[in-house]
Unconditional design. Structure first.
Lengths: 465, 465
């Protein structure tokens, strides 16, 4: 980092310490370095940060922002740092503003069906606290045990339960956010219905730290359902057949809380990892499904549809231990796949439901033609796919992987899909903005960014170009 | 209207005809007058409009906007004109831009769980078309038979099913909107999950025609549930007791699709209207509840909770005809109440669920102290109340009614509620913006308005101040 002289650095540090007296500040040390890049597989590290600042309270946030304005420093908001799209790694000369220490559940009200939390609260901690009071927090990204509600809000994170409960955006009632100029706004509130102002709450959800710093979140909680939980798996000859089954399951009128797909390569990797023998062939694809509020009539309907679609290996259970074993297959999917190779990119796109088969066919074609190892899993019930592209030899993605990603993105868009279903944009995808959203929306996004952050200090180069 | 000379009017008319060749244009005639005020009970008519323009296609909309820019004319977007907050009536010297003729369902795709519609499609028409294909459109405002999807989107309309399926905002996947400058934006899309751009779709939902003209809507459809429909009613000694019951019903884990409350005065009006005899006393309050996907276990759970809360007159049925009779009580509520008096205001506010009893108690207190006839019904499961204030003698609301409304709004805000749950803001409530949202949010709303509509021609004086 050559932007600052040693004297300037010292000046900034002293100013920062004064403005954010309860923050833990790391300048040029091991902690700062760790949070700058955080060992991501992507090789494009964004330079050396100036400082890593773990704030202790809201006033510290205001102080860090004041420092950033004073010295024109980029701020990278960070919580659990689990971004998969280079959304929270350091940028050259930046301050990482971590709100990870702000991790208190301030209120949990079953009566109001809500909780008020600080941004650093881990998703799973919130959910577990809610369950002790007969409630639950629905969004369940794969990162649930390690990712924060603040990050989930910033990226509009999804998860397996999205097929029933939507993404993070569908489970937030209100936010407090601090703008770059230090003003703290209260958006939304504690009511289930709101039709007063422009929906700024939703504007901030998924804004990836580019418009303001999230300081408080009011999430919607739901009462634990009275019905049984039912979990099942089934196998199809390939992803095309699986997509056909998913279509009928979705149209059946049953209210699935999980509808997950793993392709043939993933099932093979899982067989290896779990020492199981599910894969009949290289294309045998697995469906994992579930209901969190079953009435008892689901099993027969599902079995009939699976049979009509030539599924085999069907297991359906309401036994908790057995269900956990089936769900573990989905949870073990990522480690099973990633041990197949040294480096990987896990992609994230969503297509209209009717295009699921066409998209999975295309992924197979691209894998063959580009000679890339692609393992595809996804939230089939949402049309949301996660193809993982693997390689060895070098940290930097080789050309054929880059080409494959580009082809998959173009195909997604041509099918009326989005190249970000639930992982946001970060620096990995913002160069696709015009292709996905068009020139006019791109321009309006910049105008909105400029309205909230006229100095451009909040997570620059992320989300928008 | 004294703003324009006769010559200028002619010039504008000729320009308009050229720019919007497929529009039906009404200048100074009966049709124009009808759409200017539309016989609302509110006496504050906003002056004489310049023209009523029912566009025939998207290019006409662009032409009307061009005309508005050319002559600096206010545009009032209108569809079915069912606003309850003076949101779509004419303003002095304005052009009413009606999209009512754009009422085609362009696509209805069960496979993609969506429909693409023009803004003038009536909510009920869409829902009925969907049901023919095994799907349904969830949001069901009381105005369902007469209000349009475009208007529902513009106001973020709610309804009885909101307790299960949310408001309009929770059922929209994408929008096309035309900005004041004639650019048409595509927002959102056809996928169930989206995490790419800023959520401009949600920014436009509920924006009441102040940011752009909605030209196309992609709504989410759902498969008709397999379970039975169950409908029931129960009576409580007063709204406080009813609110206690609702709290327990909500916490039970049962997934209600309807949870409606009518207070004692409303039940008495209904008894008169229906020639029934439900009211045991002047405070006897009625709960109407339902499930659209029952498993069979609901009845016992509900009955137990109702019994624990001293409810009486419990009827629970899965018979369609009987259910229709019960739902009819809710549907007849408005005519039953409004025939009690000559003039009325129906208000709309939402409070956190735990504050329902306190709010209904306060409404009773205000009615007594201010000597105002108030009938309260509401979507109890959402904390959303509709007190109707009635009076006779003069069209203009008398002082005690105005005072009562003001007191109810202040109380709502003090309880952490919103003074617009599902009817939007219009001109009836925009003077409350700072009190509800604060100065900073008010300022940002103006900045956003200015970004999208720098000339201020789109529905001026509505939603924001």
């Amino acid at each position: 980092m050559t932007i600052f002289t040693a004297n300037t650095k010292t000046e900034i540090l002293n100013y920062l310490k004064k403005q954010a007296p309860h923050a833990k500040i790391h300048f040029n040390d091991q902690v700062a370095q760790e949070h700058s890049a955080n060992g991501k597989a992507q090789s494009d590290i964004q330079g050396e940060i100036l400082a890593y600042v773990a704030v202790g309270d809201i006033e510290d946030i205001r102080g860090v922002l004041k420092t950033a304005r004073q010295f024109h420093l980029p701020i990278v908001p960070q919580t659990a740092d689990t971004s998969t799209v280079i959304g929270a790694d350091g940028i050259d000369g930046s301050i990482i503003l971590s709100v990870a220490r702000l991790n208190h559940i301030k209120e949990l009200s079953p009566e109001d069906s809500l909780a008020v939390v600080e941004p650093g609260v881990i998703n799973q901690d919130l959910d577990q606290a809610a369950r002790k009071q007969g409630m639950f927090y629905a969004p369940d990204p794969a990162s649930k045990p390690i990712s924060s509600i603040g990050g989930n809000v910033s990226t509009n994170a999804g998860g397996m339960s999205g097929v029933k409960y939507g993404a993070t955006k569908d489970n937030i009632l209100g936010l407090k956010v601090m703008l770059a100029d230090g003003r703290e706004l209260s958006l939304g509130g504690r009511t289930l219905k709101q039709a007063f102002g422009y929906n700024l709450t939703q504007l901030f959800i998924g804004s990836e730290g580019t418009l303001g710093i999230i300081t408080e979140i009011t999430v919607r909680l739901r009462s634990l359902p009275l019905g049984d939980a039912i979990t099942g798996i089934a196998f199809f000859k390939d992803m095309t057949a699986l997509a056909g089954g998913v279509k009928q399951l979705r149209l059946s009128g049953l209210n699935f809380s999980m509808l997950e797909a793993l392709d043939g390569k993933t099932v093979q990797a899982l067989d290896k990892y779990e020492q199981t023998n599910y894969a009949k062939s290289a294309t045998s694809s697995m469906l994992i499904f579930g209901f969190d509020d079953a009435s008892g009539s689901e099993k027969a309907v599902v079995e009939k549809i699976l049979q009509d679609n030539q599924a085999w290996g069907v297991q359906i259970t309401s036994d908790k231990a057995q269900a956990q074993q089936l769900i573990k297959l989905r949870q073990d999917m990522l480690p099973a796949v990633f041990e197949q190779s040294k480096y990987y990119i896990m992609e994230d796109m969503a297509v209209p439901l009717s295009k699921l088969a066409e998209m999975t066919d295309y992924i197979t074609k691209v894998a063959e033609e580009q000679k890339v190892d692609i393992y595809t899993a996804g939230h089939a019930g949402d049309g949301n796919l996660h193809p993982s592209l693997l390689w060895n030899d070098q940290p930097e993605a080789p050309d054929n992987v880059k080409t494959a990603v580009r082809l998959l993105f173009r195909k997604t868009l041509s099918l009326g899909g989005t190249i970000s279903g639930e992982h946001a944009v970060g620096m990995s995808k913002n160069q696709w903005t015009v292709e996905e959203l068009g020139n006019d929306v791109d321009q309006i996004q910049h105008q909105i960014k400029n309205l909230f952050d006229p100095l451009g200090i909040l997570n620059p180069k992320r989300k928008i170009n």
